[in-house]
Design a binder for this molecule. Structure first.
Ligand code: 7PJ
Length: 292
């Protein structure tokens, strides 16, 4: 019999295959495109504001936190490893102390991966799929789960001229190769999630083709994490002027894809709007578990 899918994340064993997990985005950057700087007061990060936001997210039904200290928005200022760690680590420590939710750290920085593990984090979420020198080795030294995301190019320039022969085949092959590198480095297969990286070096057509491949469950080699919340692809699709110009006006669009992703069996959905997404995934779960 096939084993029930599970995600190993530190000392947690998280059952997959049921309701899609809701990962709550907590950006601790001053310049995020969708919730830029709200957690800052007088120019510096307010731990108090972060914890109040986190508490609201727990009440709203979050299953995970995802903490990011580097903005990957095109044109965002580069952050040094020590600035990134100064933003992220106090938050990870405070969240682990206060809540029972697993904490993911959105980073490509090997020293921060190790420090986050030490601080009690459960997952490394790397938009560069552990390609920075030392990142694979750092992740392998921990027992955290890893999310490997596909990106073409670098954040500053990735949207200039994205180009693929066959976007789905290329993204899938890349993620398979990065997962194999992880397994070769000693990372248990059950610690790995993969993510097509919506909006990271992709045109609207690329994003839509990839999402169709998610819906078709087209032989993805590992459980999927999906991040489409408030992304600019919706700005290009929608006729609604407000949503075209303002990321916060893209809730319904984000929920439409959250529903389809959940119905397609993705393991985790990374979102800003926790309550609304949790409602969606619970309805989908009811639909999928109803008796004959
Ligand atoms: C993603 C992410 C995503 C994963 C960001 C934003 C930009 N990590 N970090 N997947 N996006 N795994 O939230 O719009 O799509 S930052």
């Amino acid at each position: 019999m096939e084993q029930a899918p599970v995600l190993l994340a530190g000392d947690r064993r998280i059952a997959l295959g049921g309701r899609a997990q809701v990962m709550a985005i907590l950006n601790v950057t001053p310049d995020s495109f969708s919730d830029g700087g709200e957690l800052f007061a007088a120019g510096s990060l307010s731990l108090d504001r972060v914890m109040r936001r986190a508490e609201a997210m727990v009440h709203a039904g979050a299953d995970w936190f995802d903490i990011g200290g580097e903005s990957t928005r095109p044109g965002a200022a580069q952050v040094t490893a020590s600035e990134e760690a100064d933003r992220v680590l106090p938050v990870v420590k405070a969240l682990v102390e206060r809540f029972d939710l697993p904490v993911s750290v959105d980073t490509s920085t090997p020293t921060l991966m190790l420090a986050a593990a030490e601080a009690g984090a459960s997952m490394i979420n790397d938009v560069r799929a552990l390609q920075r020198p030392g990142a694979l080795e750092a992740a392998a030294q921990t027992d955290l789960a890893v999310c490997l995301m596909h990106m073409q190019g670098q954040p500053g320039t990735m949207q200039t001229a994205p180009s693929y022969q066959n976007v789905c085949a290329e993204v899938s092959a890349y993620l398979q190769a990065r997962a194999s590198a992880c397994v070769d480095a000693g990372i248990d297969r059950q610690r790995i999630l993969i993510d097509p990286g919506f909006g990271f070096g992709k045109t609207l057509a690329h994003n839509l083709s990839l999402f169709r491949a998610v819906m078709d469950n087209a032989g993805w080699p590992f459980p999927l994490l999906i991040g489409v919340s408030r992304k600019s692809m919706f700005g290009s699709i929608l006729s609604n002027e407000a949503a075209r110009n303002d990321a916060k006006q893209r809730l319904s669009a984000s929920l439409a894809l959250a529903a389809l992703a959940a119905y397609s069996g993705v393991a985790m959905i990374r979102v800003h709007d926790v309550r609304e997404t949790r409602d969606v995934v619970e309805v989908i779960e009811a639909l999928q578990t109803v008796g004959e």
